[in-house]
Write a protein that binds this ligand. Structure first.
Ligand SMILES: [Zn+2]
Length: 435
């Protein structure tokens, strides 16, 4: 049974939900949006209720309580690496199917005439998709359009959106500064109130010099850093080593290396050396399976190398690994559903993680990367939650139905109900308690 949630509704309890372990619980949330208590679920009326049962025998739910009997309740998801300024531009850019360089070419052509309104409109629409799917925190990179007349219009559009949606979700804006952008223009963009400094050191002629330049600026301004790092299959491209060395030497924190594709092509010995350096530096790594499985390997004879770092080895080395979607229907990736469970499913398929590891990468690890307090279903944690119609954790990680209720700090920010009928009677769903 369900009660219908309303967007904007403050919720004091979720009744009859199941945790990832399969335990049926009632979950209580205080006015500040923190989980206060989990109790074994109070008995729910049978559905449909037999006529013999007096309705009065069932305790009526308070208006601010939601009954979602047998729905799975999980921490809401984090997208640690999106490009909302590019999202949903596939059709408009007329990009060809192809590799990273052809995508960059199509994008460069498109941005010459792209307006601030266009960025804002596409990004807002994409964020609606993220929210409905269960994300309450997103870090989006935004291009500094250095070779156009108004280089900061993308940044302005994204900052406006961040401020406009402040009460709805955590949106962090990371400046994606090409190695061609002069310091002065980077500083101007950061002055607008950007949250994180990013760039692409491995594309520069001298990656070590570019890494130093970006870290200098970030350190001076005390900003977190999130660099596109080694987004290619060549195992000799390892600018992550310079990044790790510099970050260690400076004692910087909150530095993230995104993509790290070449880590997936290394021999065991080199890999373990690199991982030691990455761990010692306290770097977090963000893997982006959807875009990198699409972008990498177009020119390669089979067997096809895949665009992922050595995800299991990173996790085994004790390094924080978050996972995101990266591009959404733009020249860099024509597909994508803005759905954390698409990423988790790919992590199982392509990175060989189990369901819990995959969930961790799109929830807790993402919050760690973004520097957000823990969210989840444990007392004391923030009530940023997604309730999904799923049989169990693996069912959710594999890609659950669209029926979801999303809470941010205890308040409903999205509610989707899918009414599905087929000619095949699925029968009762077997209850499995673990993934
Ligand atoms: Zn990216």
């Amino acid at each position: 049974m369900t009660t219908t949630p309303r967007v904007g509704q403050a919720v004091s309890a979720l009744r009859g939900v199941r945790t990832a372990d399969g335990e049926p619980v009632d979950l209580y949330i205080d006015d500040a949006g923190l989980i206060t208590e989990l109790r074994p679920a109070s008995p729910a009326p049978a559905s449909p209720a037999p006529a013999a049962v007096e309705p009065a025998a069932v305790e009526p739910a308070a208006v601010d309580e939601l009954t979602l009997t047998d729905w799975l309740v999980l921490p809401s998801a984090v997208e640690p690496h999106a490009h909302l300024d590019k999202a949903l531009s596939w059709a408009a850019t007329r990009a060809p199917y192809g590799d990273l360089l052809s995508a960059i070419e199509a994008w460069r052509h498109y941005v010459q005439t792209m307006t601030e309104e266009d960025v804002g409109r596409r990004a807002r629409r994409a964020l609606g998709m993220y929210l409905a799917a269960g994300f309450t925190a997103v870090r989006s990179h935004v291009d500094l359009l250095h070779d156009t007349e108004d280089p900061l219009r993308g940044v302005r559009a994204m900052l406006d959106l961040r401020d406009d949606l402040r009460d709805v979700l955590d949106l962090q804006i990371c400046l994606l500064a090409s190695y061609l952008v002069p310091d002065k223009l980077i500083e101007e963009a950061l002055d607008l109130g950007v949250d994180v400094l990013g760039g692409c050191a491995h594309l520069a002629e001298d990656p070590a010099h570019e890494t130093t330049r970006l870290l200098d600026i970030a350190q001076r301004r005390d900003l977190p850093v999130d660099l596109h790092t080694d987004e290619q299959l060549d195992p000799t491209m390892l600018s992550i080593r310079e990044l790790a060395r510099e970050v260690s030497a400076r004692g910087m924190r909150q530095v993230t290396a995104s993509h790290c594709v070449s880590l997936g092509s290394l021999g065991t010995e080199t890999l373990s050396e690199v991982l030691d350096e990455v761990r010692a530096a306290g770097l977090a790594v963000v893997t982006l399976p959807i875009t990198n499985l699409y972008l990498q390997g177009w020119q390669s004879p089979s067997p096809m190398p895949r665009g992922l770092p050595a995800v299991r080895e990173l996790i085994a080395a004790g390094i924080t690994v978050a996972a995101g979607g990266d591009n959404l229907r733009d020249p860099f990736n024509p597909v994508g559903r803005a759905d954390p469970f698409e990423t988790t499913s790919l992590l199982v398929t392509a990175a060989h993680l189990d369901a819990r590891q995959a969930l961790h990468a799109v929830t807790d690890a993402g919050r760690e990367v973004l520097g957000l307090p823990a969210a989840g279903v444990r007392p004391g944690e923030v009530a940023d939650l997604v309730a999904v119609r799923a049989d169990d954790l693996l069912d959710a990680v594999a890609g659950p139905s669209g029926s979801r209720v999303v809470l941010r700090r205890g308040r409903v920010v999205a509610s989707t109900s899918v009414d599905q009928r087929t000619a095949v009677d699925p029968g009762p769903v077997p209850t499995r308690r673990t993934a």
